[in-house]
Structures are given as structure tokens and as C-alpha cells.
Design a protein around this ligand. Sequence first.
Ligand code: BGC
Ligand code: BGC
Length: 766
Amino acid sequence: MNPHPVAARRPLLAVAVSLALLFALASGSGRAQDRLPYRDADRPVPERVADLLGRMTLEEKVGQMTQIDLSRLMGTGEWDRGPLDEAWLEHVLGELQVGSLLSGGNAAPVPNDPAGWAAATEEAQRFALARSRLGIPLLYGVDAVHGHANVLGATVYPHNVGLAATFDPDLVRRIGRAVGEDVVATGVTWNFAPVADLGRDGRWGRFYETFGESPALAGALTAAYVEGQTGVPRLAVTLKHFIGYGQAPAGDDRAPADLSMRELRGTHLPPFVEGLRAGAQTIMINSGSVNGVPVHASRYLLTDLLRDELGFGGVALSDWADVRKLWSVHRVARDEAAAVAMAVNAGVDVVMVPHDAAGFTAALLQGVHDGAVPEARIDEAVGRVLALKFALGLFEEPFPGPGTATDVIEEDRFLARQAVLQSITLLENRGGALPLGDTRRLLVTGPGADDVALQMGGWTLGWQGVPPGGDTPPAVTVLQGLRDGAPEGVEVEGRPPGAADLFERAGAADAVVAVLGEPPYAETPGDSDDLRLPPAQEAWARELVAGLAGSDATLVLVLLAGRPIDLPPDLHAAAGAVVMAYLPGSEAGTALAEVLYGRASPSGRLPFTWPDGVGQLPLVGDAPLSEAVPEPRYELGHGLSYTRFSYAGASARRVDDEVLLQVTVANTGARAGDDVVLVWAEFPVLSILTPERRLVGFGRVTLAAGESRRVDIRIPLARLALVPGDVQAFGEAAVLMGDYRFRAGSESAEVFLPSCRVRDAQARCR
Ligand code: BGC
Ligand code: BGC
């Protein structure tokens, strides 16, 4: 519906109503409202919820279940991103009493800077409060998935796949907190992060949004991020996308997944369980289907599993337009009203509509009037939304308060730098090509050498990444970083890939750093069939290699990529060193300079298995045992260092619901460095397939040359859980009795474990 036919009248009316209400709130009648039980912050939240629910009309309740994108409220409401429009505000927040907004990937306010965001969220909040009879504040959501990266000027962190390569939950916790502070400084109260889906097939366009393939690693980092972010007042976090979204068949986004319940519960569920335990208040639902049922319509997944079994009491949010798609795409519902009833009855509390507010609210109201949706279900959903708004303190403090958004979101570049530094993964280092020790003349080139968009990836200013031709977020490119960070006596030259004298200059250099990278992408448009770089880049890299033939220059390939890249064997073989930098964000150049010049030893480890060609996919490190296991190009956890580590004297024992593994790690090389200790479990003989080994624990240790230290790694028994039973296995995962071997490097130790039930990521053993 377009509210503009009445636009001449409505804005005036809206302004008059707003002013009257604001006046009322500031004077006598406002105080009467202040004394109502739901307004009393000293009362327990459930009491406040019950009181407020009792005062609301059905229309007001349905509004609280509706979420609309800011693009609808700007300009003409059709993605033109004009200033907030009074008539649209009145339609959505006034008439329809919508309870939450989001700025999706392409819906940053205008101007897109911290102050512009703060002004837009404040304007919307003021409008909503003035037009809500009961003074119910808005929730405002955003995808701050690698920093508050839709905002021009914000510090952009590595995408999650890069953070995962740090194997450092403390760092991720600090980043979660820093990003949370940025988000709330702009008046946003709901972050659609972290992604708790696993990345198990690099072809998937959302692979880089995940913490990689391992449930143990993804679970620990999801929990750390949630802890960091829930520590920020006024902010709700979201685990997404519940559940099975990481099972992308053939790497296709939102394709129907066939996923055994053994695999769903044993592999995909644990990161969500850990995120819930860490305090995530909301969950977003998987857009796709599992075993023939769209998840938005699955009562089993959204209620039996999520609520009854996992005990989740927070808000379940639909993903973008997915309720409507139950009829328009999946055809499990006859029309929109049936789709809405189906989703709400299955357990969806808030629907990210995200444009046709009137269509959605009418459909839900019709469902209630027809008896298709019980009112009790509406009260349950709305109760959860109100509980969240009370818990966040939004009734008391609907605005973020003083503090300039600009200052807050430009902080923390050092944290971003640290993250990139710890993530950089050295894949190959032939003949000690790195660090660039004796280099005097360095040439830096390649499509990613001086391109901010490539180092940022998707979800940066725009949904598909930095929009071409517009503003560029502040960042240090690889070229800039290598220039500014060059040691004395090193001369750095930059050349764009097309430079006429490129091959001549390259041949004259001691070393050439060629930065290749994926053009930015997000979601379905980012699905890849072949894991290859664009053909033009491959061709260019081949020309460079040919141009270097006969020269002494060392070739260092740096990859800016969100997934394992299938580098053609000739290119791979021609490089002295291959460095994976993931999608590093603002601080790519500073951190790469540290590693390439050797001031820091690389310490990132692959959070996924890197296949040797696309034909091996899907390929993960914890696949069930079989006769033919393909040899990957790089295993999960691969990553070289400039120094060497050796392990000695592992011991392991069970302590309550954990296994404590202790091992002594020595730095036997000539430089300081961080080692990431990875602990793998081997299972006893059981009546179901087990993986050859499963990553169950890890720890990061910093050692000076010659130093050694005992490292303690705690492995929650829940990480050993499997779903037992014959092929129809459906029950909860459990730890199964037997002798387990724990391996760290060359060392291993065995521990007998009894049978243990696993609930809330905690094991209870007999
Ligand atoms: C994505 C979500 C995102 C939402 C809002 C959807 O397309 O799947 O991850 O939170 O859009 O931008
Ligand atoms: C929005 C994203 C959303 C996507 C879904 C885009 O236009 O900006 O937030 O995830 O559509 O298709």
C-alpha cells in the first residue's frame, strides 16, 4: 500500500498528533501513565509484560510482531533512500503500530555516517513513542556482522571466517563488545549477529559469514561473541539462522537441505546451543527447508526443539520476506494469510516482512479472527517482544543518551589490526620465501593490492559490498601498509595490474607481492560453482608468472577471499609463498606488513578444510569414516609459522564434565611466535559411524624463541557427543561410553568416558 495519496493531509495530522502526545507525556497525563505497573522498572519483567499485554488491543499486539525495513520509510519507500518520509512513518509506526525496524543491507539512512544513523534511529523512535498509546519503544535491527560496517567511518573487522582463523575466543569476545558499543552508539538496539551456522562447503555464498566448519570452534566463538555483545547495555544479539542453513546442498544458498537428524543435532545444533547458553536473546530462522519442510513452518524445529527441548524463551525472528515465501516460493501455503498463520503457529514471534506492513498485519489479524491463530499464541509472541524491550531498559531510556556516535565508532582500530594479524594464514612457504628478509626492492601489484572493496567483502556499506563509485570506508590497503611499514632500506613500488611497465618492474624487483582476491558478494549471488578466481585474474596472474621467468624475484601470492580458492596448479607452483588473508577489513595492510616483513610470525590456522579441487566437495575434516577419503589440499587447522614448535608429555583426565588435556609446547625455532594447539579426539568403536578424528579443543600460546610452557586445554564432554541409534536416529546427542584418544601434535593420551547425557552443552555422566 502506498500512503502517498493522502500525503498532503497525513503529515500535518501526524505532526499535530505527535506534538499533542509529546506535550501530554511531558505534563500531567504522562505521569499517570508513569504510575502504571508496566512502567515500574522495579517490578519483575513478567509482571510488567502481563500488565502491558492486558492493556493492548489486538492491532497493537500484531504491530509488535511486525518488522519493517528502513528503505520503506525513506523517500518514496521504494529503495530510493531519500530522507525519512513523514507519510510512511505515519502509515507504518502510526496506523499499523509496527514495533521494530531494521536497516537491511542496502538501507542505511541518509547521510550514511554515524550522526546520520543516530539522527534516523532517534527520529523513528520519537515518532513511534509519540504515536504509541501505551508508549512502547521500537527495536531497531542491523547486520553488524563484521563491525558496524554499514556505517561509513566504522572500523571494519575481518569477516567471521577470518576471526575463526585466530582460534582466539578472548579476542572475539573483545571484538563483540567493541562492535556492540558502536552499534548502540547509533541508537540501534538489535544486532543480527553472530552467524552460528557452520561453513561446510566453500561454494556457499555465505561461507565467509561463518566461523568455519568445526562445531567446537564455531561454538566457542559464537559464545564468546555473544558474551562480548550482551555485555553492552541496550543491545540484543541474534543467533542466525536456526537451523540447518549451513547445510547448503552443492553450496547453493537456500536450496532444500536433506539433513539427517543425526547430523542436524550432532553437527549443526551445538554452536546454537552454546550461543543460547551464553545469553543470546533472539534467534533468526533459516530461510531454507530441511527434509521437505521450510524451517519457518516447522513446529518441530521452532517449538518442540527450540522451546521445549532447548528452553529458549527469547524472540524468534523470521528472515527477510520468508513468511510470505511459504506461499510465494515454497507453496506449502495457499495464500499469504495461510502462510502467516502457519509460521506464527510454528513459533515465529516477529516477522521481517520487510516492506508490505499492511499486507502482513491484515493477514495476521484475519488469522486471529478466523481462529487460525489462537490469541494465546499472539500473547506469547508479543510477551517475548515486550520482555526483551523491558530487559533492555528501552521503556526507561528509549534513546542511547549522550556520547557522539562518531567518536565511538572510529575507535578500536587496534583490535581490528590484532584480529587480522592473528588470522593471516601462511599456506605455503617454499625455501623460506617469507619473511621478506633480504628484499631491497619490493613490487606490490594485483587486483587486491590497493582496493578497499576487495579487502572488505560483502555486507560493507552495501549488501553486496562497497557500492562502486560511492564513498570508500577508511582502511589501509595492502600497498599502503607495505609502504608505510617498510623497514629501512626497503624500497616499495606499487603498480596497478594493467601498468605498461609492470613486468619490467617486477623482473627488476627482489620480491613481488601479488594480491589476488574475490570481488565482493553476499548470499545467493555469491554462490560459486568452481571456487575459482575470476578468469581475468587467473589470466593476469599467469602473465605475471611468465613475466617473472628468468628473474630472481620471489613471488608472494596474497589471497583476499572468503572461501578456499582453487588456484590453478601452475600458479600455485610458481609462488614462493601463498598467504591467506580472508576478508580482513580496515586493517589489512598494517597487519600484512607485520607478517610479510617478519616483525610477527604468522599464526592463523585454517578454520576449514581446503579441497584440492571442487570435485572433492563437500569435504570436511570430521566426515564419517569411509573407504575413500580424499586428500585435501590443506587440512582443517593448517597454517605455517616462521618458527617451529614441538610437543611433549601429553596427559589427559576427566574432571567433572570436561577432559583436561595438558601438553608442553616448546618453541624450538629462532623467533618468537604464537602456536595454536589443536586437540583432536578419536572415538572408541561404536555401533555408528564416527569421524576419523574430530577437533574438540584448542588454545593459543605465545612463546619466545627457546621458551616452553605447559598448556592446559579444557574440552567440554559435550563436544564428544554423537546421536546414537539405528538409521532412524532421532534422539538427543550423548557421549557414548568407551576409550577416547586425545591428540595434540605428536602427543596423545587416552581417557575412558562413561555414558553421559548432554543438555545445554553440558554433559551429565553416570
Ligand atoms: C539475511 C539475514 C539478514 C537479513 C537482514 C537476509 O537476507 O539472510 O542474514 O539478517 O537479510 O538484512
Ligand atoms: C537487503 C538485504 C537482504 C537481501 C535479501 C537486500 O536487498 O538489503 O538486507 O538480506 O535483500 O534478499
